[in-house]
Design a binder for this molecule. Structure first.
Ligand code: AKG
Ligand code: FE2
Length: 342
């Protein structure tokens, strides 16, 4: 890693990140602890590189700071005055087929680890990492529900005469924060389904942000991937906060600086596990690109990103590249089946 050293009492001091504990309700960082992630190999967990002293400290802290039981929210979400998410004409607006109600067992078991670790570098990488943000007791049921209930797409498109087959399943819900009405688009946006709103509420709470889109990827095997890119699209506004949730099999998450060659900055590598959440903030999109590279072998993984689109083109673009005009796929319990060809 090319993060400049922070002197600590620890013996290792090459590449460092700051580990910042935050109070659950106030995501403003206050440095309680520093730790080392030194040249993480792609299969290492950040905790593997900690000293035993730090680990002990961590265990003690965790004893006091167990993932919190989800507070009982009695009021519907989003509230009518949600600053970014305009209520659609109906909660199921423009769903191509009905999405079953969220099972009560799934709702009851949704619990969250609201304590992040901050990962910063002098090169303006600005991440929050919530290890097992979603409690492992529910991730299996949640993954299955999303696979079975969401409409999935394999989008094809052409850029400068080149035909592209998106190498993963995608789908998207939501509308930008402008006053353009839900029915004002040539391709109408889709209401965010209840399960994604439940997750969005918690993610908004811990990131102190608001969102209006949920983009969902499904990487069915190691050959599904997303290549290096930034989500710094003009339609997200400056310094966007993007929260990215992982469910299912672990996958590598690589970040490289936009001038990594000129500046000799190495690739940052993490492994994202079932239930983890990475929040990209500040200048991360402007100065860094991220990717999920192909892997020789990998089981299925779902990724959900929450974002805030601030212009109508966000809605148009996300629908074009995550729904498109091709066939629709559903998970039948074993595999994806195309139920309507494009
Ligand atoms: O799957 C991931 O973790 C990343 C997805 C991503 O970067 C994107 O959808 O823009
Ligand atoms: Fe991305």
């Amino acid at each position: 890693m090319s993060i400049s050293p922070i002197k600590t009492s620890s013996t290792r001091q090459s590449s460092l990140v700051q580990f910042i504990k935050q109070t659950p309700s106030k995501p403003r960082p206050s440095t309680l602890k520093r730790d080392i992630i030194s040249s993480m190999s792609s299969d290492e967990q950040p905790s593997h590189s900690r000293t035993s002293k730090d680990l002990k400290h961590e265990e003690e802290e965790q004893a006091d700071e167990r993932p919190q039981k989800k507070p009982r929210h009695s009021s519907p979400y989003p509230p009518p005055d949600h600053p970014s998410y305009h209520l659609p004409p109906s909660p199921t607006y423009n769903h191509p087929f009905p999405i079953s109600p969220v099972p009560q067992s799934l709702k009851d078991n949704l619990k969250f680890n609201t304590l992040p670790i901050a990962i910063n570098s002098p090169h303006q990488l600005d991440l929050l990492y919530f290890k097992r943000f979603i409690d492992p007791c529910v991730t299996r049921e949640l993954t299955r529900y999303l696979l079975e209930e969401l409409p999935w797409y394999r989008v094809k498109y052409t850029v400068r005469g080149v035909n592209i087959n998106t190498p993963r399943y995608t789908t998207v819900f939501g509308k930008d924060s402008t006053d353009k009405p839900w029915n004002g688009y040539k391709v109408k946006p889709r209401a965010i389904p209840e399960i994604l709103l439940l997750l969005m509420r918690e993610v908004e709470h811990v990131t102190n942000s608001t969102f209006n889109f949920a983009l969902v990827n499904y990487y069915s095997s190691g050959t599904d991937s997303i290549s290096y890119h930034s989500d710094s699209e003009s339609f997200l506004g400056p310094e966007p906060t993007i929260a990215s949730l992982s469910l299912g099999a672990p996958r590598d998450f690589h970040l490289r600086h936009v001038k990594y060659k000129e500046l000799g900055i190495g690739v940052e590598k993490m492994v994202l596990h079932d239930g983890d959440m990475v929040v990209m903030r500040g200048k991360t999109q402007e100065m860094w690109q991220h990717a999920i590279p192909k892997r020789a072998k990998a089981e299925g993984r779902i990724n959900i990103t929450f974002r805030k689109g601030v212009v109508p083109y966000a809605t148009v673009n996300y629908n074009t590249y995550n729904v498109g005009s091709g066939g629709i796929y559903r998970w039948d319990g074993r595999e994806m089946k195309e139920m309507r060809s494009g």
